[in-house]
Write a protein that binds this ligand. Sequence first.
Ligand code: HEM
Length: 690
Amino acid sequence: MSEGLVRVVRAAAIAAAAAAVALVAAMLLGGAAAEEVVPGLGDAGTATRWGLPVSRVVMDIAAALTVGALLAATFLLPLEVAGGRGRLSADAVAYLRAASWLAALWSAAAAAVMVFTVSDVLGEPVDLVLTGNRLSTYVGDLPQGTALVLVVLLSVVVALLARTTATPGGAFGLLALALVALLPPPLTGHAASAGNHSVAVTALAVHVLAVALWVGGLAMLGRHALSGGGRLETMADRYSRMALWCYIAVGISGLASVAARLPDPMQLVTGDYGRLALGKIIAFGVLGWFGWWHRERTLPALADRRPGAFARLATVEVAVMAAVMGLAVALSRTAPPPPPADQDAAEVLLGFPVPPEITLGRVATLWKLDFFFAAAAAVLGVLYAAGVIRLRRRGDRWPVLRTVSWGIGLLTMLLVTQSGLARYSPVLFSMHMVQHMTLSMLTPIFLVLGDPITLALRALKPAPGRGDRGPREWLLVLLHSRYVAVISHPVVAAAIFVVTTFALYFTPLFENAMRDHTGHIAMEIHFLAAGALFFWVLIGSGPQPRRIPHVAKLLVLLATMPFHAFFGIALMNLGRPIAEGWYRSVHPDWAGSILSDQHAGGAIAWGFGEIPTFIVLLALVGQWFLDDQRTARRQDRRADRAAARREEDELAAYNAHLASLAERDRAAGARTVRKPAGRPDEAPETAEGG
Ligand code: HEM
């Protein structure tokens, strides 16, 4: 075994021991190890009591390492250039192959978690579960079972494809797939039944994604340093830029997860769940110190080609991270304080009490945090501002109107997802329609007019190596991809915009999306994305896969908008409520009949279409006018250049003519000077004198 490999194995053993010790200690201290068996209910036994959390820790760590290996292959290691094109280096391919083994471990651990969870839920020993048909029944019936099956399937796909993939695009696809495979458990676990489930679910999903990138990336960097791999400095530089963002995301999402379960901060010290969460917060602070020390000391040392200090600190840091992951699993096995017993059925479904009778004042004041959209707006706002600041510092101009438009877009998004509208939209279809129309028809127009793609392409620095890919190059790859070419065809974009609206509301899809928090977020993201795509095709000014004449854009707009009016009219004529089951459970007594509210929703959908049509028409006509002016200016410049060239040619011809005259005169002068040779009494003539 090489010395580098010995060091890597030793570091992995230290991390595994740290995770195990933290898990056992937290299970004992938090009480999850000594759960009381309720008389009359079965006991799953000691194997399940310990097997479940242990396999869960292995699953979480293997998932993070798989993501880390794919991250190293795709983003941390630079590409090599061959024949003018970027390709994966030998090191990157080795990380892909490592990801294959790690993903296999991930899927095996997820399968074990599935078996132990069935045993835990049914209160039956694991051997009984494995011999009966319990497993197949549970997997089909419970969301957690389906989620774990999805994890097993997706991680097996990653394991198989990572064995053969050898292109940067393929590696990128596998990383995206691995990130998707992290999501099913947090989206269906007990966060989904927490008091404030809308915050709990989204925050936990963000938490798990950020943890995987942060922990997995550092583990691979540590491995690279310990085994003496090349390009360590570049990798560390790329990782440290990403790690800061992950650290912020882990902290915010972790705190939001705690707040969703413990409404009173005092519960952080009064109960087992709170104390374990406090332990994580302290560990998080310690990890922040590690990051700061890296920036101050070990990264500069790396730049001086002294990787020892970096490798040692990274080993300890990864061990602390593994311990925190053990603690996290113990936390998820510990019961948070139960919600108040006086909740009615509607409150349990909504995650908050049914709001009082609607007034404008209440819509303006009864704010409610939607973690997903609040975080999305913060990230989009900060990234845009960073881009504008970078251009300004470079001395480049960026139109203020575009920045204002981006700001208005984010503001409208925040208003409909965080204000009182967000409280009334799940109980009143009419308010849901205001939210839908704003997210799909107003917000995207302003976001598109902010022209974020052009800003990103101008602000992002090109990758340092020729053929290498940084964020700017990946954005260009995406823009030039066949996928974007297909969906940005005006007919396809318009069809997605219109057809999906009808398909959502006139099938059971809408009721399912209202009942499930993840489905609800997916629906809102779809509104926003479908609108953004449609308006990007019509009024986007950055680089696009195809040039569409302005007249054609106008026709697409005028042909599409009436379908929204038809949709509104169809709703106004409903004879039976949409998503009746959902609205019967949550519709407030003060709100009249469900059907009349849905008719009002139809009128809103019908009337709302006029506003975006008007704004887009203005933008289109404005762009058309500016384009015409630009073309006219270009033609004028071309004509001016041609005239100047003609003048220059004429001047050159005239000068040539003068020169030829002067030449002729010189020749004539020379003849005159030669002539008097036989007549010495005459004075000689000079050329100048002539
Ligand atoms: C401010 C610091 C943090 C807070 C407040 C926090 C809080 C939480 C909460 C409340 C959960 C949900 C537990 C449940 O299901 O009941 C969770 C899950 C998790 N946390 Fe953290 N966390 C923090 C930092 C970290 C760090 C630094 C790591 C790893 C390095 C981490 C890794 C995880 C993992 C892997 C899970 C999912 C566990 C599972 O269900 O399998 N957390 N965290």
